[in-house]
Design a protein around this ligand. Structure first.
Ligand SMILES: C[S@@+](CC[C@H](N)C(=O)[O-])C[C@H]1O[C@@H](n2cnc3c(N)ncnc32)[C@H](O)[C@@H]1O
Length: 284
């Protein structure tokens, strides 16, 4: 029997502790049982880039927009992004799998994993995002999803090699150390486990345009596309592949997605997002 979360995390209850739900359950492929447990806030603060509020900058930014996050998926570019993800996830998620949604936000993609029959540990650094995700989660999935408030770069509560898959959608760009994140993903995935990760490539046409507008507007004391102040990391497709290989993954497929530009144009310019599917190599 293999547990999915570490026991030790439950021991320290007091001022420095925040409540999360945790899995006390069993091996990969079996439904875990959920119960309430704790994670030390001090561990959370070890994050690279943690702010004075104790939250990593990307999580703190999303505190302010958490309430509107799910509604944003109802139409436009976010709705298209959701539809784009659905077949990708369907290719990899099997009923009974255990998945982690790293940087789950308000849980929109967590629901997709659950609908495909996986049990999910959903992790985010923004308490408000997590609160909305829990609130909006349908009761049919109670017992199949567990929430952890943590920096995604170091989720001590998750056990080594315990998961079949990890989803990390639009989170890496808020981090300073993508290699630290991939090391953590490699630690928690079992051999042959799948990672679905999305991030902006360098020279994304829409980002270049938005940055230009942002620079211009700032000359007039106006702030536009504020997310660009915290969403800073971009990598070339080749650098992403190399980083994944160094972290012990083989890339299965890499697909460009843009919420604004027509698909035909993506042959000429870089999209806003690259969605990479990768498999952890068995090095045992
Ligand atoms: C752009 S949102 C994406 C949310 C979700 N994955 C989606 O696709 O709808 C980025 C999320 O990452 C979280 N985040 C950013 N940096 C983080 C960090 N270092 N640790 C934990 N969560 C972080 C934010 O709180 C936010 O919920």
């Amino acid at each position: 029997m293999r547990r999915l979360l570490e026991d030790e995390e439950a021991q320290d209850v007091g001022k420095e502790v925040i409540a999360v739900r945790r899995i006390t359950g069993t091996a990969i492929g079996r439904r875990p049982r959920a119960s309430v447990a704790t994670v030390k806030r001090s561990k959370f603060n070890q994050a690279t880039g943690a702010t004075s509020s104790g939250l990593p900058s990307g999580a703190r930014f999303h505190e302010e927009i958490a309430a509107a996050w799910t509604a944003g998926y109802a139409r436009g570019g976010f709705a298209r992004r959701l539809h784009f993800f659905q077949p990708i996830l369907a290719r990899h998620v099997r009923p009974g799998d255990s998945w982690v949604d790293l940087g789950c936000g308000s849980g929109v993609l967590t629901k997709e994993l659950l609908a495909l029959g996986a049990s999910v540990v959903a992790v985010d650094g923004s308490p408000r995002m997590l609160a909305h995700a829990r609130e909006q989660m349908s009761s049919e999935y109670a017992g199949q999803v567990n929430w952890i408030h943590s920096d995604v770069q170091s989720v001590d509560a998750l056990k080594n090699g315990a998961f079949d898959g990890v989803l990390c959608s639009s989170v890496v760009e808020y981090l300073d150390r993508p290699d630290a994140l991939l090391k953590e993903v490699a630690r928690i995935l079992g051999p042959g486990g799948v990672l679905v990760i999305s991030l902006p490539p360098t020279f994304s046409a829409v980002r270049v345009f938005q940055k230009g507008i942002r620079g211009l507007m700032r000359c007039f004391g106006r702030d536009r596309f504020t997310y660009l102040s915290v969403s800073r990391l971009q990598m070339s497709p080749r650098a992403i592949d190399r980083l994944l290989q160094e972290a012990g993954f083989s890339v299965i497929r890499s697909t460009g997605f843009d919420p604004i530009l027509p698909r035909a144009l993506l042959r000429l310019v870089r999209p806003s997002l690259l969605i990479v599917e990768a498999r952890k190599l068995d090095r045992s």
